[in-house]
Design a protein around this ligand. Structure first.
Ligand SMILES: Cc1cc2nc3c(=O)[nH]c(=O)nc-3n(C[C@H](O)[C@H](O)[C@H](O)COP(=O)(O)OP(=O)(O)OC[C@H]3O[C@@H](n4cnc5c(N)ncnc54)[C@H](O)[C@@H]3O)c2cc1C
Length: 394
């Protein structure tokens, strides 16, 4: 069977929905097909590790993309991209021809080399449903990974009365992102909330003993076993580049796109978590795994597919909630850079600036709201900035 669409989107995530909306703003009628490996039409991912655990209504999850005159092919995985025929084919042999194609295929969780069936890699709605069902019956949950997903899931489970142990090799929660003292504060804060925090721990094996899962954990003090009823992991994703690679499109930790979001072919675009792009304010190619990028880039890709010529120069921000704490961050919030902290109240409210060569490369707004635009403008400035120039700046 062969189907033709004027616009074909591979992927059913937040980027795909934004692309449909961008397309429809420019072309209200052209046919749009969306192919997603997931069984659900596009929905918001952030509530999976936050709002849904705090009673946010299920109905608010959905984008309702299918109401925009789009045909969704759900539960279908695209397995090949043929650029000379301008077609893709899926896992049941259907061929979809396109005039314009968007690859909004995101990433796949990195897996541990053990515990195949016993670790839940948290990424999508089916993972949320599986975890929700599991924790109905299970009390002690081990969370592997102290980054973005691990820290959110640990907080969500603790708020829901679960006994949580979070294990990660770094010294503190989100240590790759936050300055050391803030990350250490988070370790203590999680402990106050009842979470068992185990920094400096690498999980090296997983077995079973009676009905319990048993993690083998290495730390500076040696090896030990930790029991849990269920194990969740959030240890990063790898961008899904296989289709692009196989078709000969440029790939470099993501599908490389130009400023118009073309992926090395005039009729093929990529956006969202999978896309690597040049950002002028940072003067570097980046790939961003966050909502603002997915939504803004997705919409722009849709508009450009429908004939506009917009440049993607947006510097995306991201946000997270950890118990009662919340933050927004923009630019390179990389703990390896030098940082200047400007606290109104230590670790409760303040701004952290990340500097490199006397330029502000990133800004962390810790319980400070409404300052993203000002932070973005600061990152675009050439400087030079000294630490004292930044106190009270935002
Ligand atoms: C639990 C969770 C919480 C988050 N919370 C926040 C937050 O608080 N703040 C924030 O800024 N960001 C957050 N993010 C990040 C944000 O949700 C992502 O950046 C965004 O969802 C990326 O969207 P995407 O569509 O580019 O990729 P994905 O979400 O990965 O979607 C890719 C889609 O493509 C499909 N697909 C892949 N390969 C194929 C194929 N070959 N054939 C067909 N379909 C395919 C997948 O099934 C999926 O539907 C969170 C992410 C997660 C997982």
């Amino acid at each position: 069977m062969t189907i033709h669409y004027r616009y074909l989107i591979v992927g059913g995530g937040m980027t795909a929905d934004a692309a449909v909306r961008g397309l429809r703003k420019v072309d209200p009628q052209g046919s749009i097909g969306l192919i997603s490996a997931e069984l659900y039409p596009p929905y918001k991912r952030p509530p999976l590790s936050k709002g849904l655990w705090l009673g946010k209504p299920w109905e608010k999850l959905w984008y309702r993309t299918e109401t925009l005159n789009v045909r969704c092919h759900l539960g279908r995985t695209v397995t090949a991209l043929n650029l000379s025929e301008k077609s893709v084919s899926d896992d049941v042999g259907v061929v979809y021809r396109f005039d314009k194609l968007l690859l909004a295929i995101g990433g796949t969780p990195i897996r541990l080399p053990f515990g195949e069936d016993d670790v839940l890699y948290f990424r999508d709605l089916s993972d949320y449903l599986q975890l929700r069902a599991a924790v109905e019956k299970k009390q002690r949950i081990a969370v592997i990974g102290g980054g973005f997903i691990g820290s959110e899931i640990a907080a969500a489970l603790a708020v829901n009365g679960k006994q949580v142990v979070i294990l990660f090799p770094e010294e503190g929660i989100s240590a790759r992102l936050f300055p050391k003292d803030l990350s250490q504060f988070l370790n203590d804060y999680y402990r106050q909330k009842g979470v068992e925090v185990r920094p400096g721990c690498s999980v090296t094996g997983l077995g079973r003993h009676n009905s319990k899962l048993v993690l083998t954990v290495q730390s500076s003090t040696g090896s030990e076993s930790i029991e849990a009823d269920a194990v969740v992991a959030g240890i990063g994703i790898r961008p899904n580049t296989a289709l692009a690679e196989q078709a000969g499109l440029p790939v470099e930790d993501g599908i490389v796109v130009d400023e118009y979001l073309n992926a090395g072919h005039p009729d093929v675009y990529a956006a969202g978590d999978v896309a690597r792009f040049y950002n002028p304010s940072l003067g570097a190619k980046i790939r961003v795994e966050h909502e603002d990028n997915a939504r803004t880039m997705g919409e722009l890709a849709g508009r450009n597919m429908a004939g506009e010529r917009n440049l993607y120069h947006h510097l995306p921000y991201f946000y997270s909630d950890l118990f009662d704490l919340g933050y927004e961050a923009i630019g390179r919030t990389d703990a390896r850079l030098s940082t200047v902290a400007d606290w109104q109240e230590p670790y409760k409210k303040g701004v952290v600036y990340y500097l490199e060569h006397q330029r502000v490369r990133g800004v962390l707004l810790w319980n400070v709201w409404g300052k993203i635009e000002a932070a973005r403008a600061l990152i675009a400035q050439p400087g030079p900035f000294q630490p004292q120039d930044l106190k009270g700046r935002l």
